[in-house]
Design a protein around this ligand. Structure first.
Ligand code: 6PG
Length: 251
């Protein structure tokens, strides 16, 4: 489903409403709600909304467990930390701490070690089987995703090794163009989620978005194309600026 909104504010209100619906249903059905947060700047308005008087009472946060779709290889209080952005705009305002938050522990050392540590925590939380019947990947109730102006999502960047990962849950991913090792959930996990929302805003994303949604299938060049949920609902939430070059269905 692709929804186009007049502004990032309208997009964020729609997303907040849908997240409340998904959370209430998940908690009613299974007693908890698991969400993997997106990084970058686009989700900031949504996070502030969820923590506002308008929505904060709509979800039982004590039964909500926060994960992160990806992280930069920086300390949690660094300016560019995805955890820091979510903590400042969502978690601290809601007074959520400790056992409800599963962040990438970037303070423990090398990127590979951080990824292994995060993968172990996810396996412990969800339970995990890797037996003759194959791998049973964790199933998040909701994964929030952004998209870069190069068509990357999470930290799954064009022509990087992690795009081909089929067994791991969380990996370190070398991103030469950023001269850094990023940390990211893999496509098998993202594609096993019950719901995934892309939040895409701004004219800088318009060209890549046209390629991702309406161009040739080139997933190595436009990794966001590889988000195809096996048994889940994928929603693209886009503002008018990002939708600038999309061919629109006649009303
Ligand atoms: C990150 C994100 C990344 C982000 C996109 C869009 O760590 O940067 O996870 O995938 O969602 O780059 O970023 P903006 O929302 O800042 O445009």
């Amino acid at each position: 489903m692709i929804n186009v909104f007049p502004s990032i504010e309208a997009l964020s209100v729609f997303a907040a409403e849908k997240i409340c619906e998904i959370a209430v249903a998940a908690i009613s059905k299974q007693g908890n709600f698991t969400i993997a947060l997106a990084g970058g700047s686009t989700p900031k308005t949504l996070y502030q909304l969820l923590a506002s008087d308008r929505y904060k009472r709509d979800i039982d946060w004590s039964k909500t467990f926060f994960f992160f779709g990806d992280e930069r290889n920086v300390l949690p209080d660094a300016e560019e930390s995805n955890f820091r952005m979510a903590n400042e705009n969502l978690l601290q305002p809601l007074q959520i701490f400790g056992k409800n938050i599963f962040r990438w522990q970037t303070e423990i050392g090398r990127a590979e070690k951080i990824a292994e540590n995060y993968e172990t925590k996810i396996k412990e939380f969800f339970g995990y089987k890797d037996d003759s019947a194959g791998i049973v990947f964790p199933r998040f109730d909701l994964v929030l995703l952004g998209m870069g102006d190069d068509g990357h999502t999470a930290s799954l960047f064009p022509f990087t090794t992690a795009l081909q990962e089929t067994k791991r849950i969380a990996v370190a991913n070398r991103v030469e163009k950023l001269i850094t090792n990023r940390l990211t959930l893999t496509f098998p996990v993202i594609n096993n989620s019950a719901n995934a929302f892309f939040l895409v805003s701004g004219e800088s994303k318009a060209e890549a978005l046209k390629e991702v949604l309406q161009g040739e299938v080139q997933p190595d060049k436009f990794p966001a194309q590889s988000v195809r949920l096996k048994q889940g609902n994928l929603c693209w939430l886009i503002d008018e600026k990002a939708a600038l070059f999309l061919r629109r269905q006649p009303l």
